[in-house]
Design a protein around this ligand. Structure first.
Ligand code: ZN
Length: 792
């Protein structure tokens, strides 16, 4: 990947002749560039037929990943003729099937553009792209820019696109198929929705509305208009990732483009969240791009962070910052508390390493650190710094350092030093707080979920409320003493949980001050979430943890209720016999509270709590299951618990399979898939897992059924056995995407509880990149499960 001689690439003139039914293509790339010596272009899986400069043939050699061309010092266009095949997995130019049809679509991030055309496949080599495609007359072609001309000649359609602005190769897009297209606008920008299903079957109004709202927000926040004349949102029937920010032609899973009256609040919030994330990339990633993949986190964490701002503005009733901490911050701490974590800023060389970086650290930790810095310097200064940074680096590349410098300049604070420490060190701090001599002592060290102590310190922007008044300090040593007045009545650290650290309050007197504080929903979440971390690391006994949860049993707020439900679900799967009653009691109380509420968050949470209750309460499962006869009239968020309850009370495998096959939307299909994983008879879940590999379940959704069966305590052994048996199939299916790693870390660490030795030998045989993290987390869960089982 290292390019010693190429200085710059000005332009790619690309021509593709695509044999849609033959799943192959021939192409010609004219690459206009300057080099100080022989040129090596990235090319994988392509057959190069000739390399020319003008009329002159140039000698070249093709290796497994490059075309090495004898040019010597060179300036000007190189013409390369090549051919290639459409990919059968999720990367490069691939076939995405639906029913009995398919589309051809690209997914070129991180280093897959080289599978479509020879190029300098490096984000810092930005160039202009001019594209012409020849293909069947009945097919539509979509790319980054609007069509310039289109004609049918000799029963072939030739589509020519307008030239792009300077952009990175990984953002190039090409889609070919029988697309249905809808049109809308945002100011001067043409908006399109495209999908491959019958007209009207994917309802795109909401995705247009969300796009318009977030475009409004970003244009005003960044102070730079959206830069291309059009923006496509393309629904892709098979897609390993949720979505991809190709400039001007964003691709999404189909479920993210369809919203109608039968869509649950849960799905609708996900749709808005992903659209906001992808559109943020149009500025952050596409207009300004990282210099190298080491900084991929900057793209992803910024899009994640800004996406929440945009949705919060467009849909304030959802209070999405509450979802942010529960998913992004919490997910990141769950990963970063492991010894086998990695720093935000990682050194990467080979493509597999790059893929593995698309994880909870790059998205969730990075975004949480940005939220911490925004709170530290204030939202206005933060916005000012970001806008200046984008203005300065538009159409070029920048590093994290460039952003910190702009934030530092805008705020007059020491952002550089703080950020450097947070992105270069793995892990995060736990702050132990104690009271002595009327002073508050704060002591930091690295938090390790496996237990043990490691002296480490970060510059931590610590915030606190003392008697309702805010106080703050930058804790940049291991210890500090804080004056909190002679007799404080209340105190809470990490106000609204903007800081990426855990607090352990020690001593009765101090804990009482915390309980006397006015706690926001975010503060309550912090206490509950920190308690889980303390429990897992062995710093808090299970009894103390449960009595802390008990304080919130009657709590009526969305965020603390949701967090408790999440935690009890996990504990129940880990130690079902001991945790079932507690979990049932909490979930039953929560359901009662939620019945009376009508806001969208409560409607969504009610569906989730009810779903979890069907897995632990047979009578409730039966009651819900009986409503399946009239499922159409059930509230969209409550359909899921009805299907799960039906599965558990009927064991009607064939009936659910039948419903799955007749489903019209992905949301319905996933609901039945979850039903099929929820049986209380493990052999039926095993049958459902087998069904997922028959080609009738989208490949992208196979990981979902693994997730569903892992949440079903009755099916834990079955999930474990199935993944173990099918690990090679999963590896092939998700090749090049790091999806297998995420399945391992998230589900095998749970399903493998009680089988640590077996897991170790599995990973000896298949040393997947996620093995260390999976085993570490598995050992932690296993230890907790055993300690819970040992309680009387
Ligand atoms: Zn992203």
């Amino acid at each position: 990947m290292f390019q010693p001689f190429v200085q710059l690439v000005r332009q790619y003139d690309l021509f593709f002749d695509i044999d849609f039914s033959g799943l192959s293509f021939t192409g010609k790339a004219t690459v206009d560039l300057d080099a100080t010596g022989d040129i090596s272009l990235d090319a994988v899986g392509l057959q190069v037929k000739s390399v020319k400069h003008g009329n002159r043939n140039l000698p070249y050699k093709q290796t497994s990943n490059a075309v090495e061309i004898k040019t010597g010092k060179f300036s000007g266009p190189l013409d390369i003729e090549f051919s290639g095949k459409v990919s059968e997995n999720f990367t490069g130019f691939y076939k995405a099937s639906y029913g009995d049809g398919y589309i051809l679509t690209t997914h070129l991030e991180a280093v897959q553009a080289r599978k479509l055309f020879p190029c300098l496949d490096h984000p810092a080599f930005k160039a202009v792209f001019k594209l012409v495609v020849r293909t069947g007359p009945d097919l539509k072609v979509i790319s980054n820019m609007p069509v310039e001309s289109e004609e049918v000649r000799a029963n072939k359609k030739v589509v020519s696109f307008k030239q792009t602005p300077k952009m990175s190769t990984y953002l190039f897009y090409l889609g070919v198929g029988k697309f249905v297209e809808e049109h809308n606008r945002h100011g001067q920008t043409h908006l399109y929705a495209a999908h491959a299903r019958p007209k009207g079957s994917i309802k795109t109004e909401f995705s247009f509305e969300a796009a318009q709202k977030v475009l409004d927000y970003y244009e005003s926040y960044f102070g730079i208009p959206y830069q291309l004349p059009k923006l496509h949102q393309v629904a892709v029937p098979e897609f390993a990732y949720g979505a991809m920010e190709n400039w001007g032609a964003i691709t999404y899973r189909e479920i993210l483009m369809h919203v109608d009256q039968n869509t649950s609040v849960r799905a609708k919030k996900a749709v808005a969240g992903v659209i906001a994330h992808e559109i943020a990339h149009m500025w952050f990633g596409d207009l300004v791009t990282m210099k190298w993949w080491d900084d991929i986190w900057l793209n992803e964490s910024f899009a994640t962070f800004m996406g929440h701002h945009a949705v919060d503005q467009g849909y304030p009733q959802w209070k999405v910052w509450q979802d942010f901490v529960r998913t992004q911050t919490s997910g990141a701490m769950g990963r970063d508390g492991l010894r086998s974590t990695h720093p935000i800023e990682a050194r990467v060389k080979n493509p597999e390493e790059i893929e593995e970086l698309f994880d909870e650290i790059s998205y969730g930790k990075g975004a949480s650190i940005l939220r911490m810095i925004e709170a530290y310097i204030g939202p206005d200064k933060f916005q000012k710094g970001v806008a200046k940074y984008l203005e300065k680096f538009r159409y070029s590349n920048a590093s994290g350092q460039d952003l910190w410098s702009h934030l530092q300049e805008a705020s007059g604070t020491d952002v550089n030093r703080i950020m450097e420490a947070w992105i270069s060190k793995p892990g995060f701090p736990i702050i132990t707080a104690t009271l002595s001599d009327k002073k508050l002592n704060l002591e930091q060290e690295r938090f390790l979920m496996a237990g043990g102590i490691e002296k480490q310190s970060w510059p931590v922007p610590v915030t606190m409320m003392v008697d309702g008044k805010p106080q703050s300090l930058l804790l940049d040593k291991e210890e500090a003493q804080v004056n909190i007045g002679p007799s404080p009545k209340s105190l809470k650290l990490n106000v609204d949980q903007t800081g990426f650290y855990i607090v352990h309050y020690q001593g009765r007197e101090l804990q009482d001050l915390v309980w006397k504080s006015r706690l926001s929903p975010l503060d309550k979440w912090g206490l509950i979430s920190d308690a889980k971390a303390l429990l897992l690391s062995g710093r808090m006994p299970i009894r103390e943890y449960l009595s802390l949860l008990e304080r919130f049993r009657k709590d009526e707020e969305y965020l603390p209720m949701f967090e408790i439900s999440d935690q009890l679900e996990l504990l129940h799967v880990l130690a079902p016999e001991k945790m079932r009653d507690t979990s049932r009691r909490f979930h039953t109380d929560q359901l009662k509270t939620l019945q009376a509420k009508t806001d969208e968050n409560s409607i969504m949470l009610k569906g989730i709590v009810a779903g979890r209750l069907t897995l632990i309460d047979d009578a409730y499962a039966k009651e819900q299951g009986s409503k399946i006869k009239d499922l159409a009239s059930v509230d969209p968020d409550m359909k899921r618990p009805v299907v799960m309850g039906y599965a558990r009370s009927s064991n009607d495998y064939n009936g659910l399979i039948d419903r799955f096959k007749k489903s019209a939307t992905d949301e319905e299909r996933l609901r039945y898939l979850e039903g099929l994983a929820s049986f209380n008879k493990p052999d039926l879940v095993a049958k459902a897992l087998e069904f997922s590999l028959t080609g009738q379940v989208k490949k992208q959704d196979v990981r979902n059924i693994v997730a569903y069966s892992t949440s079903n305590a009755d099916a834990r052994s079955v999930s474990w056995e199935w993944v173990k048996t099918n690990i090679e199939k999963l590896e092939t299916m998700y090749q090049g995407t790091a999806q297998l790693s995420s399945i391992m870390r998230a589900y095998i660490s749970i399903a493998g509880v009680g089988r640590v030795d077996e897991a170790e030998s599995l990973f000896n045989q298949y040393p997947v990149p996620a093995a260390d993290a999976t085993l570490e987390r598995l050992r932690i869960y296993d230890r907790l499960a055993r300690s819970i089982m040992a309680t009387s």
